[in-house]
Design a protein around this ligand. Sequence first.
Ligand SMILES: [Zn+2]
Length: 116
Amino acid sequence: MAKSKPLHWQEPETINCPQCNGSGEWRGMFGSGPCAMCDGTGLVGEDGEALPPHEIQPILRRQRDRLAQELEGARQHYRQLLHTPGVREALAAANERQQERQREDDMAFRKRLRGG
Ligand SMILES: [Zn+2]
């Protein structure tokens, strides 16, 4: 089976898009949208020019995979935490305190509405 593509693809060097500072978002005075300079990817080539789609796509795919891995790692860490003695109880207590605060806020708000 003949391969038409080289086995080792060199990832092009990229820098954060100077236009949107790597966010991929363009913010104007009257709105926002994807940055036109980097096509909303937040990345441009070393020379400051947007990369063609076939070069930017693998980079974005790898970034996405890396993020997914990090997220999965965080999830596992969280699951482990939940199995640590005392953590569930602490979470429940914090939750309870938060609800309590919310109820107090609601009550204070209603009181203000009544003019009390
Ligand atoms: Zn940009």
